[in-house]
Write a protein that binds this ligand. Structure first.
Ligand SMILES: Nc1ncnc2c1ncn2[C@@H]1O[C@H](COP(=O)(O)OP(=O)(O)O)[C@@H](O)[C@H]1O
Ligand SMILES: [Mg+2]
Length: 324
């Protein structure tokens, strides 16, 4: 087997707390030690309930926000701490936002919105080249180039998200972090936009981080999947492993709209997730999932389970159940 290539993007033990007093006590520990790798041309799905830190992680991955500790590296080079991210990294690592209405300036034409990154990075040699490139990008996302003189309100939600994707593609990125790109869209158009992203990922070879709050959304497009709970990664692995044999009770619960057979369980159990996650201001000791976990034992309150596993399939659970 060839040695695995250096990942395009690597996050090492990222922490981010909002608010709070001295030493950030009483603050919201939104991301509490997340590490991941993104390889060239792959799609990494990140899933978790609202408030678990997905957007905070996304903003740190593209350099819109600095971690309190930990590091993001692009091709092995760390993002500079407390300073502006180098132009080359900003060019190559792009983001698609959740709400295409608020992320597109209503007073700008589609031409100017999609061309903005070209202007910032001086990638169009003149106005003709700029228009041509925007036309090309609109075609790439399935929109007619003739529409470029219109304004965002003239488009549907799905079309606006296509515009957001065209803008993200303008600079020939190596990585696009998509933060719940279809959550604000009607069910009927969600699949179209998911398929478009998956198709672009294959055609352009760009690496995608695809964030969703629902495991089902990213199922068919992710090579690997990470499941977040209250600021931490509960499970991370190849999509086939995570969906085929979820090792963490939280993942199993998320999937148990349909019953999940668990190899070591005596019965096929349907795990129901009761209530909301606890507050990230005062998370449970030890395993953060233990207050909602059907398998919780004493050790779960005293010891924080590390994210580990037998191979590439990792789970942060003292009782992780890895498939054969
Ligand atoms: N700018 C901010 N200021 C204060 N708290 C924030 C900020 N952004 C996020 N949070 C808090 O951090 C936690 C994680 O938020 P977020 O990363 O948006 O989660 P998700 O995207 O998974 O819903 C939440 O408790 C949220 O209220
Ligand atoms: Mg979010």
């Amino acid at each position: 087997m060839p040695a695995p290539a250096e990942p395009v993007l690597r996050a090492a033990d990222l922490h981010k707390t909002y608010g709070g007093g001295l030493l950030r006590r009483g603050g919201v520990h939104a991301v509490a030690g997340v590490s991941l790798e993104l390889h060239a041309g792959e799609t990494l799905g990140i899933v978790g309930e609202s408030g678990c830190g997905k957007s905070t992680l996304a903003r740190m991955l593209v350099g819109l926000e600095h971690p309190d500790s930990g590091q993001v590296t692009f091709h092995g080079k760390p993002f500079a701490r407390g300073r502006r991210i180098p132009r080359e990294v900003r060019r190559r690592v792009q983001m698609v936002f959740q709400d295409p209405l608020t992320s597109l300036n209503p007073r700008m034409t589609i031409l100017d919105i999609v061309a903005e990154p070209l202007d910032v990075h001086r990638l169009a040699k003149d106005r003709t080249a700029r228009r041509a490139r925007v036309g090309e990008l609109l075609e790439l996302v399935g929109l007619a180039p003739e529409l470029m003189n219109r304004f965002p309100y003239e488009f549907s939600g799905g079309q606006r998200q296509r515009i957001g994707i065209a803008r993200a593609l303008a600079t020939d990125p190596e990585v696009i972090v998509c933060d719940e790109p279809v959550s604000a869209l009607d069910m009927s158009v969600q699949a179209q936009v998911v398929n478009l992203l998956s198709d672009l990922q294959k055609r352009l070879g760009v690496a995608l981080v695809f964030i969703a709050h629902d495991l089902a959304v990213v199922r068919h497009v992710s090579h690997r999947v990470g499941v977040m709970y209250l600021g931490r990664m509960a499970e991370l692995g190849d999509a086939a492993d995570v969906y085929g044999a979820p090792a963490h009770p939280y993942t199993a619960a998320l999937m148990s709209a349909a019953p999940v057979p668990r190899p070591q369980a005596r019965h096929r159990e349907r795990i129901v997730l009761a209530g909301d996650p606890p507050s990230p201001v005062d998370p449970p000791s030890g395993c953060r999932f233990r207050t909602r976990c059907p398998q919780a034992a004493d050790v779960c309150a005293s010891d924080t389970p590390p994210l580990q596993g037998p191979g590439t399939h990792l789970a942060a659970c003292h009782f992780a159940a890895f498939g054969a």
